[in-house]
Ligand binder design. Structure first.
Ligand code: PEP
Ligand code: MG
Length: 759
């Protein structure tokens, strides 16, 4: 990007006038009146009006210069009504020479606008929301030029920040008749509880808006230079990814980085940024404005591919903001007991936050089995997802209670709610103490069955949980997490180091490493998702491993090196046929031979197992047992394929119960098949961590369960009170192909109540 030598260093006249208008200390209404006055003078138009969105989503005329004052706070436009409604709905500017001739023109006699021909309306955007519409009109028929459109967009952005900031300050300034754009009343929104726990804290926005004081440029040329430098830094970092060691790993990774670079060099994106700076914004505000525009448009797109593009562009915008601020890429600073609010949050972004200060997370999107949810469960941070529209209702600094049992988010709660919440937090604390008391006891049932309770893990942050929870080992180490949380493909040494640390933390306890399970919803930050119709049953996991053997072999090499002199347990994900397993095991064996021929020290003992998570492999259980040293049933995937219900799709993921007799039949079939072949079988899906499901799985014959850390205490407490023989006798007749039951949950729950089993 080269500097434009013709650029004027002084901000445009309109911007200078706006800056003056900003300096006043009047109420919000006076400020809006002042703004419209200034706009008409600087743009030489007859009319300037501000329409703001009410909570009911109607647009209300809130200030005007040129239309009849008596219409202010009276004229309301319904969603999508008239030209103003159209601008709000499309989140795009509308520039017309002859507005009354437009089919959407809606005549409002009370405003007296019929004599004005030309119309320019721009959305007032903030964080992807449309707060309102800013309109200028004049009598003569003419189209506004590009510069005027740009200027008005810039004023709209400044307006959005000022209104919200004034409201936040409150008092006289915050009183805008009839409308509040920032919420002040107590409110509750119910989403989905994706990670358990109760938290009280202070709202913190993951992507905070640029502060109003930092919106307008003092010197445009200086801002242009800052923008240039920021973009150059951003590009250099993306170039480094492309030419880095990781990119040479495979053709696929090279392609991934190249796509990323394409976005960083996108001329249109940079052109929009530059235009925004030329209109008088600081470099940061320009990034924010262009991001708001993209969000407002792409979020409306029903096409998932377009929405994925939004993620790429947001990521680039974030990187650019960080480059502009010169911020180091270390942990992000947040207040004590921060509750992070975001549209969505990747695992890497989550781990950027200081764990000691993070109290909870609330997302508008997210999914129960997404990796962010899995990590929150692992580190014990409550997470509420699918909290629709919550970013519209929350402001930085609001007091928030989040309930990871019910999925409720209470914003600005009243005192009695807070008191009640504290009571529940105390009770949970007492229960946690009770689990602590049995931490060092083995999980032996009343009739003497010893059940291994293991941990699902994948990151260094998980390792201290092994001792904290008193787990018997790591039953599922999700190796892809390391790949997902880093900006670059982890090198051999980094992979080896992590695996070695996991083995060291476990000591004498077993660790079962699962090779990369990428694809589906597990997308790498440096990998452009290959659009697929059905990603969960697409090119993922072992399928990628077998098609790109270099990547899988590289990982096996790291695992073999890390386990030198120790026991190594490895398993492959998403295997559907015995042949696939044999091929994957062949690649692993090649790496063992390679290490041996190079004279490297080898693991003391090696076991190679399989994840059983597809129905086809379940029906091949006897055959797979001839080749695999152990079987680990991945119930998350097995159940989604068995019930044909996408685990990440909120509309269908809760439609079935894993305690359906048909699902339990297939699990029993697997347990029996493994038992007959004398091959150890365990369960490693999320259901293993829920007491009712866990006691049922044990009654089916599974003696090893691997689960999120939060499950270990409750499951152990239940197992210590369980007589397996009795439960087996109860459920065996219920699990048969003739059953008309849709679940045996009530039967198991009743049994547990009678037996005094805490579930
Ligand atoms: C599973 O599918 O049950 C499993 C444990 O693996 P993941 O959740 O990582 O797909
Ligand atoms: Mg799985």
């Amino acid at each position: 990007m080269s500097r434009n030598p013709n650029i004027n260093t002084t901000p445009p006249r309109l911007m200078r006038a706006i800056r003056k208008a900003m300096a006043g200390t009047e109420s919000v209404q006076e400020r809006l009146d002042h703004f419209v006055e200034v706009i008409t003078q600087a743009m030489k138009v007859k009319v300037a009006s501000i329409y703001l969105r009410r909570p009911s989503r109607e647009l209300e005329l809130s200030a005007t210069k040129g239309l009849k004052k008596s219409a202010v706070h009276k004229t309301l436009m319904a969603r999508g009504e008239g030209l103003v409604g159209h601008v709000a709905q499309t989140a795009r500017p509308l520039n017309l020479a002859d507005a009354p001739a437009h089919p959407l023109f809606s005549y409002r006699p009370e405003t007296g606008e019929e004599k004005y021909s030309s119309f320019l309306g721009v959305p007032i955007l903030r964080g992807g929301r449309t707060l309102g519409v800013l309109v200028v009109q004049s009598e003569e028929r003419r189209n506004f030029n590009e510069e005027e459109v740009e200027d008005l967009l810039t004023v709209a952005m400044v307006l959005a920040e000022i209104i919200v900031d004034d409201e936040r300050v409150g008092g006289k300034k915050g009183a805008l008749k009839g409308i509040t754009l920032t919420p002040t009343k107590p409110e509750t929104i119910t989403g989905k509880a994706f990670a358990d726990g109760l938290a009280e804290g202070i709202a913190h926005l993951h992507l905070p808006p640029v502060a109003p004081s930092n919106l307008l440029a003092d010197n445009i040329a200086a801002e242009e230079i800052r923008l240039e430098e920021g973009v150059a830094k951003l590009r250099a970092s993306v170039d480094a990814m492309v030419s880095g060691e990781a990119a040479s790993l495979s053709r696929a990774s090279k392609e991934i980085y190249e796509t990323y670079r394409m976005f960083a060099y996108d001329r249109k994106w940079v052109k929009r940024l530059r235009e925004a700076v030329h209109s008088g914004l600081t470099a940061e505000a320009a990034v924010e404005r262009v991001r708001n525009e993209h969000r407002a448009r792409l979020m409306k797109s029903p096409d998932p591919y377009m929405r994925a593009r939004l993620h790429d562009l947001e990521d680039l915008a974030n990187r650019l903001l960080r480059a502009l601020s010169g911020e180091a890429l270390g942990p992000k600073s947040i207040p004590q007991n921060a509750i992070i609010f975001a549209r969505d949050l990747g695992p890497a972004e989550l781990l950027d936050y200081d764990r000691d200060k993070l109290a909870g997370i609330v997302l508008e999107e997210g999914a129960h089995s997404s990796h962010t949810s899995i990590i929150c469960r692992a580190i014990g941070v409550p997470l509420i997802g699918r909290a629709e529209g919550i970013l519209d209702r929350i402001e930085v600094g609001d007091v928030v209670l989040i309930d990871g049992e019910s999925g409720e988010v209470h914003m600005r709660p009243v005192e009695s709610r807070v008191a009640n919440f504290h009571l529940r937090m105390n009770i949970r604390g007492e229960v946690a103490k009770a689990y602590e008391a049995v931490k060092h006891k083995p999980a032996v049932t009343k009739d003497g069955r010893h059940i291994a309770l293991q941990l699902n893990a994948g990151l260094i942050v998980d390792l201290p949980q092994l001792d904290a929870a008193g787990a018997d080992g790591i039953g599922l180490f999700r190796t892809e997490f390391q790949f997902m949380v880093s900006d670059f493909m982890p090198r051999l040494k980094e992979q080896t180091d992590l695996y070695r640390q996991a083995l060291e933390a476990a000591g004498h306890r077993p660790v079962t490493f699962r090779t990369l399970d990428l694809g589906g919803d597990k997308i790498l930050p440096y990998m452009d998702p290959v659009p697929e119709e059905n990603p969960a049953i697409g090119w993922r996991a072992i399928r990628i491993g077998l098609d790109r053997p270099a990547l899988l072999r590289y990982q096996c090499r790291a695992l073999i090196a890390a386990a030198a002199g120790r026991n190594l347990r490895v398993m492959f994900p998403m295997v559907t046929t015995v042949d696939e397993f044999i091929a994957a095991r062949g690649l692993f064996d090649t790496e063992v031979k390679r290490a041996s021929s190079l004279g490297h020290s080898l693991p003391h003992k090696i076991e190679v197992g399989v994840m059983l998570e597809t129905p086809s492999l379940a029906w091949s259980v006897r055959a797979i047992c001839d080749h695999a040293d152990f079987v680990s049933v991945g119930c998350n995937d097995l159940m989604q394929f068995f019930f044909a219900a996408d685990r990440d799709n909120i509309r269908v993921s809760d439609r079935y119960d894993p305690l359906h007799p048909a699902a339990l039949s297939i699990l029993r079939f697997i347990a029996d098949g493994c038992q007959k072949a004398d091959v150890p079988a365990s369960i490693c899906g999320e259901i293993a961590g829920r007491p009712i499901e866990a006691v049922t799985l044990v009654a089916l014959g599974f003696e090893s369960l691997s689960m999120p850390v939060t499950g270990i205490g409750p499951v152990k407490a239940a197992l210590l009170a369980l007589d397996v023989g009795k439960l087996k006798a109860l459920i065996t007749p219920l699990i048969n192909v003739d059953s008309r039951l849709s679940t045996i949950r009530d039967h198991v729950r009743e049994f547990c109540m009678e037996e005094g089993i805490p579930v």
